[in-house]
Design a binder for this molecule. Structure first.
Ligand code: F6R
Length: 639
């Protein structure tokens, strides 16, 4: 896995960036800074004027502020807040409103005076908005300006809702949202067409007047835009890059948000490196792509031409470095993901023994197994291993109401047609149908409807298991409780979630575990599911069978491992790829347009195939064998 120790001491960053081990550490740092400001102002008998943001980025900061209030007596009596933005139009009591958000995460839990809270008003008639915005800026000025502004960054590079094209001197105003922003907001609004297309936002100019600015960004999804904002030329294409002109801005990110920064991704372009095997691999793969030559054809001159002279001096000549990296990559390739029986396994990713293994595949949602590692799953079954699949969550939130309605209609009709009319049964379906007829935007589903949605996904997963040859008793539906909120937002994992995984592991005692290793998205369900597995492994790591267990991480529908990280590459033949596609097709509720498509218009099977073909093409370009497709894994080593 990517090692951050090797970054160059120098950097190309034009704004100070602090990189934290994880979100919590970064958030606690920001919260402490805010608390210090509040206390400092208290001592002086002054207002602390805070500019606040919503979205996922500041949630942990607010959590820490609430803790500081409740446990360490931090008072908000002297705090005045101005929020960055609000959707327009928007009712304050709507679940998606920023008013609701701020109360839920901060205001309801601290002693701030209601009259000191300012959030742009999404209920105004359109003709009043302009004046309102001018007054909003004036009100900020009347308090002597913002002492501190907290910001997130959108994937468009927006700060507040200042989308690309926003000028440096822009003021608080009504704006149109960028399409990518609307896509990102869809998770809160269920459907894209329900996301308001406009918002009221503080301007870039308003933000720039703040005396101190903290910009927060967590997770890999933000890493590209963070790099553009802090290393790129300041321009209105990436409004956050204007912060380079601000005298007192700090960017606070976690390890994954830092992935694209030059000093981390390509440290050899920035300064001297401490070369180790991992970094050498990364550099050589990068060089092979840049020079458009397979690894074994790279020459000393190529290394010199592409700023890798330093590596040549350390580990050269090119021939030696090339061979070492090439051999490593070759040894990652195996058509035997469960190990090749009766063969020397010293250079293979998996062990030869036992020849027949118990393989346990964890799938966070009911379709991640086949989307992300369907080819490997099919191969494990074909090779005679005892394959178990554990579906961690019900996935019920991702079923369209209309699909659930079809099933409820069907059950009601079937009950009538076959004269199966015990009151209870038909009443349940009638209740669901009536609820759906009047369901309001974002309204939480009633339990019966959630059940139906979960069962739809369970049926699909079972169909895919049958298709792949997984025995039905080996399909485990864990329905982890953290997921069952009926809302997009989930509970944190608890003991009960971890215990479910512990029990399953003890029951199966697998020789190998496959899990979705999306550690880079701090907010996602995949990460939570992985945390539960890691916690269970931690509890069981001293069991003899666990000591012999290999844990392989695959990545979810959205990304693949970097080539230099891959430790097992399983080639997929054209026929197997087709079988994998058909297994994915069993997940009918996710076909065509799923409820949560992300910002990718391709269907899941298309994404999976493109990605597996891309990996194969990259191996081919690097000079390894040419395959149709490759599924990739990284090994998680616990001690
Ligand atoms: C929210 C706001 C936005 C968000 C940005 C990032 O008040 O103004 O600029 O900060 O869209 O959103 P998250 O934090 O959800 O990734």
């Amino acid at each position: 896995m990517t090692n951050h120790i090797n970054f160059s001491e120098r950097s190309l960053e034009k704004i100070p960036v602090s990189i934290f081990e994880n979100v919590q550490e970064g958030a606690v740092f920001a919260a402490r800074k805010i608390a210090e400001l509040i206390q400092d102002k208290q001592q002086k008998g002054e207002w602390a004027v805070l500019g606040l943001a919503t979205g996922s980025s500041p949630i942990e900061v607010y959590k820490e502020l609430v803790r500081l209030h409740q446990e360490e007596n931090l008072s908000f009596e002297n705090v005045v807040t101005f929020n960055l933005d609000e959707y327009y139009p928007m009712q304050p009591d709507a679940l998606q409103s920023y008013v609701y958000f701020m109360h839920e995460h901060l205001f309801d839990h601290v002693n701030i005076k209601p009259e000191n809270i300012n959030i742009p008003d999404g209920t105004l008639p359109i003709q009043d908005v302009k004046q309102y915005c001018q007054d909003y800026d004036k009100k900020i000025e009347s308090y002597g300006g913002l002492d501190l502004q907290l910001l997130g960054i959108g994937r468009t590079g927006h700060i507040g809702f200042n989308e690309p094209g926003s000028k440096l001197d822009s003021v608080t105003r009504l704006v149109k949202l960028d399409h990518l922003t609307i896509t990102d907001a869809t998770k809160d609004f269920i459907k894209e067409e329900y996301v308001p297309s406009r918002a009221i936002t503080m301007g870039v100019g308003t933000i720039m007047k703040a005396k101190k600015i903290y910009l927060l960004a967590w997770g890999e999804a933000k890493s590209k835009i963070v790099k553009e904002a802090v290393e790129g030329e300041p321009s209105d294409d990436v409004p956050a890059s204007f912060l380079q002109f601000h005298e007192n801005t700090d960017v606070i990110i976690d390890n994954w948000g830092a992935l694209e920064l030059s000093k981390i991704k390509t440290p050899w372009l920035v300064g001297m490196c401490n070369w180790n095997d991992e970094l050498i691999r990364r550099a050589v793969i990068w060089l092979s792509e840049k020079a458009e030559k397979p690894i074994l054809k790279l020459t000393d001159d190529d290394y010199k031409d592409w700023e890798l002279r330093d590596l040549l001096v350390e580990a050269g000549p090119a021939y030696n470095i090339n061979i070492k990296v090439f051999n490593h990559l070759q040894h990652t390739i195996t058509g035997w993901p469960g190990g090749k029986p009766n063969s020397d396994d010293s250079n293979r990713p998996e062990r030869a023994n036992p020849a027949k293994k118990r393989s346990l595949i964890f799938s966070p949602h009911p379709d991640d197994d086949v989307i992300s590692m369907g080819g490997t799953l099919i191969r494990l079954v074909d090779h005679g291993h005892e394959v178990h699949v554990a579906y961690q969550t019900s996935g019920n939130i991702a079923v369209f109401d209309d699909d659930a309605r079809r099933f409820a209609d069907f059950m009601l009709d079937a009950a009538k047609a076959m004269d199966l009319n015990p009151q209870g049964t038909t009443n349940v379906y009638k209740k669901v149908i009536d609820f759906l007829k009047d369901k309001k935007l974002g309204e939480e589903d009633i339990p019966e409807l959630r059940k139906i949605k979960g069962l739809i996904r369970k049926g699909e997963a079972l169909a895919a298991c049958r298709f792949c040859g997984v025995e039905e008793p080996n399909a485990h539906f864990l329905n982890m409780p953290f997921y069952e909120t009926g809302q997009v937002r989930k509970k944190p994992i608890g003991e009960e979630d971890i215990n479910i995984i512990v029990e399953l592991l003890q029951e199966v005692k697998p020789h190998q575990i496959f899990a979705a290793g999306d550690l880079r998205d701090p907010h996602g369900t995949h990460k939570v599911c992985l945390d539960a597995i890691f916690a269970a492994i931690e509890q069981l790591k001293n069991e003899s069978w666990m000591k012999d267990c290999f844990v392989w991480l695959y990545r979810g529908a959205w990304h693949e491992w970097q080539i230099d990280e891959i430790e097992m590459a399983v080639p997929i033949s054209p026929e197997e790829l087709l079988r994998k596609r058909k297994a994915i097709f069993k997940h009918q509720s996710q076909k065509d347009t799923p409820v949560f498509p992300g910002n990718d218009s391709r269907e899941f099977w298309e994404r999976a195939e493109d990605r597996n073909r891309d990996t194969a093409k990259t191996y081919d370009r690097l000079g390894l064998t040419e395959y149709e497709a490759i599924e990739a894994f990284v090994r998680y080593k616990f001690d």
